[in-house]
Design a protein around this ligand. Structure first.
Ligand SMILES: NC(=O)c1ccc[n+]([C@@H]2O[C@H](COP(=O)([O-])OP(=O)(O)OC[C@H]3O[C@@H](n4cnc5c(N)ncnc54)[C@H](O)[C@@H]3O)[C@@H](O)[C@H]2O)c1
Ligand SMILES: O=C(O)C(=O)C[C@]1(C(=O)O)C=C[C@@H](O)C=C1
Length: 310
């Protein structure tokens, strides 16, 4: 494990290519510049307005006209786009990558990255997938900020046979941005993140939609009188629709497994309420309150579930 919050002494990479300059891509550009983690930052985005805005904000040294063009000559290429775009981007950039290039990403699900990119990258190009466990419900280049990754986990899921040098380069890059870097098996990553991030988002999307349905059915004032708890859910439920569609479809098995567990536990909770089992309710609510306290005591940013290190 490595980590820290100090500025870089020497750049981790000479030429950094960012494909996608939305929330995460623009935060990477800002952080890499602020901490001197790359000598040259080049960017491309399929949305011309996002690309123009990133340039206007001064986040990029070079603006490219395609994913293939930005990847050409780069030392480190990072995909910062929704997971559903990876296969097409991989196929487009593969012929233009020179040997020695390291390809990485920031996607929220990891087994699919080896599936979609691993198959198309040429010999001599290393794939080191990464997931910064840091974000917000906002999207686009204006939403990014340089400190997003400081004291947050960044999980690397390199293939078992990955050479040490490219993995060390990506590890050093994220450490320079202030992240605490862990390595993990991709399947294990997807299972852990399904319960800590993906299912919580689905719960938020669902509760907000249910309340909205009730509003139209009963003409009640669900939204008007929404209390703090519901409002917290609406923040998460405002997260990017394309990103979350792709997370669900690309971590299907783990999400369905965790949703099934969640549904079972919810049914048990329903029974306890129906049968007036106050002791069960007290026991559950006391246990979960203690978990929240543990997370706060550990410092929210660095508290994490027991990630099985390999
Ligand atoms: N938002 C978060 O909290 C968060 C946190 C960690 C990781 N991630 C991951 O980061 C990635 C990007 O998410 P984001 O929050 O930055 O989303 P975003 O919508 O803010 O940015 C994505 C950008 O990619 C561009 N794009 C889409 N398809 C493209 C393509 N084919 N070629 C080039 N550009 C394309 C979009 O125009 C947009 O500017 C996702 O894979 C997501 O899973 C997100
Ligand atoms: O804080 C938020 O708004 C987030 O949703 C960030 C969050 C998360 O679930 O923790 C969302 C998806 C990412 O892959 C990583 C981080």
């Amino acid at each position: 494990m490595s980590g820290g919050g100090t500025a870089a002494a020497a750049p981790a990479v000479r030429r950094l290519a960012l494909i996608g300059v939305g929330l995460i891509g623009s935060s990477l550009a800002r952080a890499a510049r602020a901490r001197g983690a790359a000598e040259v930052i080049a960017g491309y985005d399929a949305n011309p307005q996002h690309l123009a805005r990133a340039a206007e904000l001064g986040l990029l040294d070079e603006v490219a006209g395609s994913a293939a063009a930005v990847a050409e000559g780069a030392d480190l290429v990072i995909l910062c786009t929704p997971l559903g775009s990876y296969a097409a981007i991989g196929a487009e950039i593969a012929p233009r990558l020179r040997p020695g290039t390291v390809v990485s990403d920031v996607g929220s699900s990891k087994a699919c990255v080896l599936r979609d990119l691993g198959a198309v990258l040429p010999d001599g190009v290393a794939l080191v997938p990464a997931h910064p466990v840091a974000g917000t419900e906002q999207s686009g280049p204006d939403a990014g900020f340089a400190e997003l990754f400081v004291n947050r986990w960044c999980i690397l899921t390199p293939p078992e046979d990955a050479a040490p040098e490219p993995v060390a380069l990506v590890e050093r890059f994220w450490a320079l941005l202030g992240s605490t870097v862990e390595r993990m098996d991709p399947q294990h990553h997807d299972l852990v993140l399904a319960i800590t991030s993906h299912v919580p988002h689905l719960i938020a999307y669902n509760i907000v939609a249910t309340a909205d349905d009730l509003e139209s059915v009963t003409k009640s004032e669900v939204i008007k009188y929404s209390a703090g708890g519901f409002r917290d859910f609406t923040r998460i439920a405002a997260s990017d629709p394309v990103m979350w569609r792709d997370v669900c479809l690309n971590n299907r098995e783990a999400v369905l497994e965790m949703l099934a567990r969640f549904t079972e536990d919810l049914t048990a909770l329903q029974r306890a309420i129906r049968w007036g089992e106050g002791d069960r309710l007290l026991e559950l609510f006391t246990r979960t309150r203690a978990i929240r306290r543990q997370i706060i005591d550990a410092g929210q940013e660095t508290a994490a579930p027991d990630f099985g290190r390999r």
